[in-house]
Design a protein around this ligand. Structure first.
Ligand SMILES: *Cc1c(COP(=O)(O)O)cnc(C)c1O
Length: 385
């Protein structure tokens, strides 16, 4: 095993500049620390980033999607079509509003919802299509909206991972229906925790604002009223200040991620891991923001499990992650009748996927080092390497 003096390389780490840290201290000293001027500024700058569309910020990407479902009027008796290859919150929010999640399998090439299967899953009860842009790679947006228009369905884009991604040169979020973003600590732009919804319509933006805080509206200097059932989903000004500090760097962040992803493809090229059958993500450098670089382990050719592979990497100083096990196989969803064999591509990827380190503070040398270790493990434990 290679002994190195390298510090442990996690699979993700946020980059927060000193100006942002100072800005957070300023907010804390200002006397106004929850939703206020920073939140307003964050929403204004996000709106400008998305071409002037209305944006409201929330305290998680999860509640952002739930509010989007409420805005679309989704409730009992409604079906929402999504993918099983996503973070569990995508489907949980569908259950949260009382609706039924309907899954379609992924296209193994893009690892996103297979749009050819989508049309067949539409029923008279379908109300919303909820695509997920795994690792920041969008689906075919022309096709998606063509299908939505033809069936008069609303679209809630789970663009949690796609801040900075684009489609044919247009930013994800700058067009389309309801677009939900997450600012969780691991995402390309973070506010520690947080989310934002990009909309088309000022009335819906006002509804989003009400759902965010107990459905409250002010009536004059001394009065309030509550006319819809809202919750407690507002973003603090401390979090908004972090988001504002990140927004300044988003172009550089995306650029850096693309360079690192390119370095991965170069380092993997024809090496022992790829020869053994290691799957690599789609080689896309026009649309994806490279939120993650996910390998698919050739488990049938390896004499060790994914957990053991991760352990071997950890021993060599490298952190890895799993994004995600196919979610229809979680206990909550099995209890609703989902089982093995229903979405074979998602199941296969879910069982073999491995997220490799990719974050803006990494170097190309780190990438080469990670791949060298993966190649070593594949040579040591491969059947026919
Ligand atoms: C992160 C993420 C979410 C949830 O966002 P939170 O801010 O953690 O609530 C939802 N969907 C996907 C695909 C995500 O990656």
């Amino acid at each position: 095993m290679t002994q190195t003096s390298r510090p442990f390389l996690p699979f993700v780490r946020p980059e927060i500049d000193e100006e942002t840290i100072q800005g957070v201290a300023d907010v804390l000293r200002s006397g106004w620390i929850t939703t206020g001027p920073q939140n307003q500024q964050f929403e204004a700058e996000l709106s400008a980033y998305f071409g002037g569309r209305p944006v409201r910020a929330f305290n998680s990407g999860t509640c952002t999607m739930e509010i989007a479902l409420r805005i679309a009027g989704v409730g009992e008796d409604d079906e929402v079509i999504t993918t099983p290859m996503t973070w569990v919150s995508t489907a949980n929010v569908i259950l949260e509003v009382g609706a039924t999640p309907v899954f379609v399998d992924i296209d193994p090439r893009t690892r996103n919802m297979d749009l050819a299967l989508l049309e067949r899953a539409i029923t008279p009860r379908t109300k919303v299509i909820m695509p997920v842009y795994l690792a920041g790679l969008p689906v075919d947006m022309d096709r998606l909206y063509e299908i939505a228009r033809a069936h008069k369905l609303r679209v809630i884009e789970d663009a949690a991972q796609a801040f900075g991604s684009s489609w044919k040169g247009k930013r994800i979020g700058s067009f389309g229906d309801l677009v939900s973003i997450s600012f969780h600590a691991n995402k390309n732009l973070t506010s520690i925790e947080g989310g934002a919804l990009v909309m088309n319509d000022e009335d819906e933006a006002e509804l989003a604002r009400k759902y965010r805080l107990q459905g409250i509206t002010r009536t004059g200097m001394d009065g309030i009223d509550c006319d819809v059932l809202g919750g407690k989903y507002n973003l603090t000004d401390v979090a908004a200040r972090v988001g504002l500090g990140q927004l300044k760097h988003i172009e550089r962040f995306t650029q850096k991620r693309r360079e690192l992803a390119r370095a991965y493809f170069e380092a993997f090229a024809n090496g022992p891991a790829v020869k053994l059958g290691m799957g690599l993500p789609m080689n896309d450098f026009s649309d994806s923001n490279w939120h993650m670089f996910q390998a698919a382990l050739p488990l049938d050719k390896l004499m060790l499990s994914r957990a053991d592979f991760m352990e071997q990497m950890k021993e060599r100083g490298i952190g890895t992650g799993v994004h995600y096990p196919a979610l229809h196989l979680f206990t909550l969803y099995r209890a609703r009748g989902f089982k093995e064999g229903m979405f074979p591509h998602a199941e296969k990827l879910g069982a073999s996927t491995l997220t490799l380190p990719l974050f803006t503070l990494m170097t190309q040398d780190d990438v080469a080092h990670v791949v060298k270790l993966i190649d070593e493990i594949c040579e040591q434990y491969g059947h026919n390497a």
